[in-house]
Design a protein around this ligand. Structure first.
Ligand SMILES: NC(=O)c1ccc[n+]([C@@H]2O[C@H](COP(=O)([O-])OP(=O)(O)OC[C@H]3O[C@@H](n4cnc5c(N)ncnc54)[C@H](OP(=O)(O)O)[C@@H]3O)[C@@H](O)[C@H]2O)c1
Length: 311
């Protein structure tokens, strides 16, 4: 039977290129996207370019627990197993105000951390039916901010603004969500180490943004993103990394690993990292490795989404 891969946010950027890469390799590809109408064109293009008609579009809003539950129920009814899950979808909106998801969670954290946690948890039984199941989470260079010993996830303001002195910053929200996703990778690898499911994370340091993504940004951030794009590789570069991590025999027997864009396994940084550590991509902040902080992140996700699964 053909291998089955789910890629969230597969209608643009790295997710779209990854869907094409897996389709070319004759996978059964499920593009899990929140806007079906605009994603249909992308699915048709992937089918045309790959010659693989087993590319399916399914509705999934990562910021909504109901949507995640409906998606996974439908997936499980229709597919006997899942081989690869790529939590690629990511929300980041320059200049955006503080917003809550329909479940009352800060929107960036809901989309980029709690959503992937719930989606993965609800798909664990399907993954266990594969002979080589792998989960890949899309992290970001933004986690480097946690090299500063003062940085911590701002748990207090994740469910509404509780601190009088709170000043919203999309960068804070984004970095909280991406370090939490890395911590979930480590913590879920441990939680499911008795099973055959393997967990990985990729630290993305830049991929050229599509015209559509650029249009989502207001000025002056759009201009900044245009300039960044001059230095970023084509998204197919990261999509190839997704493909390697999820298919290479090299990674079949390891789990809980965080890769850089050269596909080197990153190590935890020393408590006092040197400048070369901070500027380079060989180590990640020690904060992500703290067991108590990892526990706090997974507990929070479990509590927030508890109605949707039996623990
Ligand atoms: N590009 C970079 O330089 C860079 C750097 C570091 C990390 N990353 C990470 O890499 C991943 C892919 O980014 P990209 O550059 O390919 O960005 P992109 O082209 O903007 O794609 C993001 C995708 O996520 C989807 N998405 C956002 N919120 C969603 C939700 N609530 N439910 C379902 N899908 C949702 C978007 O759907 P819509 O089209 O409907 O909005 C889109 O398909 C993200 O996780 C991002 O954080 C990217």
């Amino acid at each position: 039977m053909k291998k089955i891969v789910i890629i969230t946010g597969a209608n643009s950027g790295i997710g779209k290129e990854a869907a094409l890469r897996f389709a070319i390799d004759d996978f059964n590809v499920v593009m899990a996207c929140r806007n079906i109408q605009k994603s249909e064109k992308v699915r048709d293009e992937i089918i045309r370019l790959s010659g693989n008609s087993n590319v399916r579009l399914m509705m999934l809003d990562m910021a909504s627990f109901n949507s995640i539950k409906e998606f996974t129920d439908r997936f499980k009814e229709e597919y006997p197993k899942l081989d690869i899950l790529i939590n690629n979808a990511g929300y980041f909106e320059h200049g955006a105000k503080y917003k809550l998801s329909e479940n009352g969670i800060e929107l960036t954290f809901a989309t980029n951390a709690v959503g992937p946690f719930l989606l993965t948890t609800l798909l664990i039984d399907s993954l266990k039916k594969s002979d080589d199941p792998r989960v890949l989470n899309a992290s970001s260079n933004i986690i480097k901010h946690f090299f500063s010993p003062k940085k911590q996830i701002d748990f207090a303001n994740l469910q509404g603004i509780k601190d009088k002195g709170y000043k919203h910053s999309v960068y804070n929200s984004y970095r909280n969500s991406k370090i939490a996703l890395l911590m979930l990778t480590f913590r879920m690898a441990k939680k499911y180490e008795e099973s055959n499911v393997k967990f990985f994370s990729l630290q993305i340091n830049g991929a050229r943004m599509s015209k559509e993504t650029l249009r989502k940004f207001k000025m002056p951030w759009r201009l900044v993103a245009h300039i960044q794009n001059l230095f970023f590789p084509h998204p197919s570069y990261m999509a190839n990394n997704y493909f390697e991590i999820c298919t290479s025999a090299k990674y079949k027997d390891i789990t809980g690993k965080h890769f850089n864009d050269k596909l080197e396994v990153m190590k935890v940084a020393p408590e006092n990292p040197a400048l070369k550590d901070i500027l380079g991509t060989s180590v990640y902040p020690v904060y992500a490795d703290r067991k108590d902080e990892q526990e706090a992140v997974i507990r929070l996700c479990e509590e927030l989404a508890s109605e949707y699964f039996i623990q």
